[in-house]
Design a binder for this molecule. Structure first.
Ligand SMILES: *Cc1c(COP(=O)(O)O)cnc(C)c1O
Ligand SMILES: [Zn+2]
Length: 421
């Protein structure tokens, strides 16, 4: 059963039916899914949700699918919310949590959420070919979910993304096409291909459905905190999907009366080499001036973010803020997270943690407030980013005397770790 009543233009309010549409004919505004919250409230409750299987479909009444029994993404979502005690102690935050989508299933990033919903919707619409414009993580997620669903798959990425994301897409049998140019060039081409070939582009013509999947990140944070909201949540921004959708998730839970108090601040994190949203935020502007991305945080290197304006709106409405951090700060934060919590995030995660520390240093976050850091991707897919920033292994012959000598040296701190230097 569906609780969706239709699509609606976010700008002029015109209504549209549930079809593969994403822009308003009237004003070119983005379309958004509308739900009958009254009906949701009457049929579901937090306790009912809490008794369901640990995947993102536990929130299916708040997702834009018709089926009660999805067959895609049955292991996606419900990733750990980790109480980060060692990291918190080291940096001075007493109530610090990591929402860890670096272990999302099946492709180790937040994109498994949005793609599970988009592919389910593509099947409901009867598409047989799915596609996407991607900075890398979306590619692997679409390729994997398409394989599981038995759909044909074409992937478009800028040349220069990490090997883990190219191999990690091709392995599933997807056709991978790299484009001479950056993500914004890829996206422009894909809009033309979507029009001409009539494929399901998860982040273009299925965008209203796809983006709703990102709400599950927020639902889970609230549920895992015991149906309450954090004081702060820090979220990376690329195209601008996940941040406003987490804010929407929190607002829906309030609207449904499933959480009592709820004053959260949501903060945006970008890499300094691709920070068009942060520039606008700091200037107090609504207009986002596109940039040419140049950062190791390739998964969030989008110079002309489609939903950047909605990021600004969600951040400002919540009383939050945002910062940009350098590639060097990103690498340091990746190492800090790995060393203290055993979580190997990709550069987007280093960005988010480094921005969290900056907001704390600025006094925008207080040491006893409840803070959630959104870790959205896995470092094993981006080894290139830190390969030169960690210590090389020690190499010896397979002889005990060589190890004895080495161990004595290591004990003497002869080779301090790069992180402690
Ligand atoms: C796609 C992505 C994001 C955020 O992208 P939005 O387009 O802003 O939703 C963040 N982190 C990682 C690792 C990603 O792959
Ligand atoms: Zn409109």
């Amino acid at each position: 059963m569906s609780y969706v009543t239709g699509l609606k233009c976010r700008e002029c309010g015109r209504n549209y039916p549930i079809e593969p549409l994403h822009v308003c004919d009237n004003c070119f505004g983005p379309l958004e899914v509308v739900y009958d919250y009254q009906k949701v409230r009457s049929r579901v409750s937090p306790s009912k949700i809490s008794s369901r299987p640990h995947n993102l479909w536990r929130y299916r009444e708040l997702l834009p699918v018709d089926t009660d029994h999805p067959t895609v993404g049955l292991n996606s979502g419900f990733t750990p919310l980790v109480r980060a005690e060692r990291l918190g102690a080291e940096v001075g935050l007493k109530n610090l949590y990591i929402k860890d989508d670096s272990v999302n299933h099946p492709t180790l990033s937040y994109k498994d959420r949005v793609v599970a919903v988009a592919i389910t919707k593509a099947k409901e619409f009867g598409f047989t070919t799915v596609s996407c414009a991607s900075t890398g993580n979306l590619a692997t997620a679409v390729a994997a979910h398409a394989a599981h669903a038995g759909l044909e798959c074409y992937i478009f990425m800028p040349k220069g993304v990490e090997a883990g994301k190219i191999v990690g897409s091709s392995i599933y049998g997807a056709r991978v096409i790299t484009i001479e140019g950056n993500y914004d060039d890829v996206n422009r081409l894909c809009s033309e291909i979507a029009d001409k070939y009539g494929w399901a582009f998860v982040n273009i013509n299925l965008r209203p459905y796809y983006t709703e999947g990102a709400k599950t990140f927020g639902f889970e944070v609230a549920e895992q905190l015991g149906w309450r909201l954090p004081d702060h949540i820090v979220v990376p921004t690329a195209g601008g999907t996940i941040l406003p959708k987490i804010a929407k998730a929190f607002k829906e839970l309030k609207e449904l009366g499933w959480i009592s108090d709820g004053n959260f601040k949501i903060h945006s994190a970008q890499a300094a080499g691709s920070a068009p949203v942060i520039h606008a935020l700091h200037k107090g502007a609504d207009l986002i001036v596109p940039v040419k991305p140049n950062t190791i945080a390739k998964s969030i290197a989008i110079g002309n973010p489609a939903d950047g304006y909605y990021v600004l709106r969600a951040v400002r409405e919540s009383g939050g803020w945002g910062e940009a951090v350098t590639d060097a700060e990103i690498v340091e934060a990746m190492k800090l997270l790995a060393r203290t919590e055993g979580i190997f995030a990709e550069p987007a995660g280093g960005t988010t943690l480094a921005v969290t520390l900056k907001l704390f240093a600025q006094g925008r976050i207080k040491s006893d407030e409840l803070v959630v850091v959104a870790i959205t991707g896995n470092g094993y897919k981006t080894l290139e980013a830190v390969a030169n920033a960690v210590e090389d292994p020690c190499n010896i012959n397979a002889r005990l005397d060589e190890f004895d000598a080495l161990y004595a040296k290591l004990k003497n701190g002869k080779r301090a770790t790069a992180g402690a230097a």
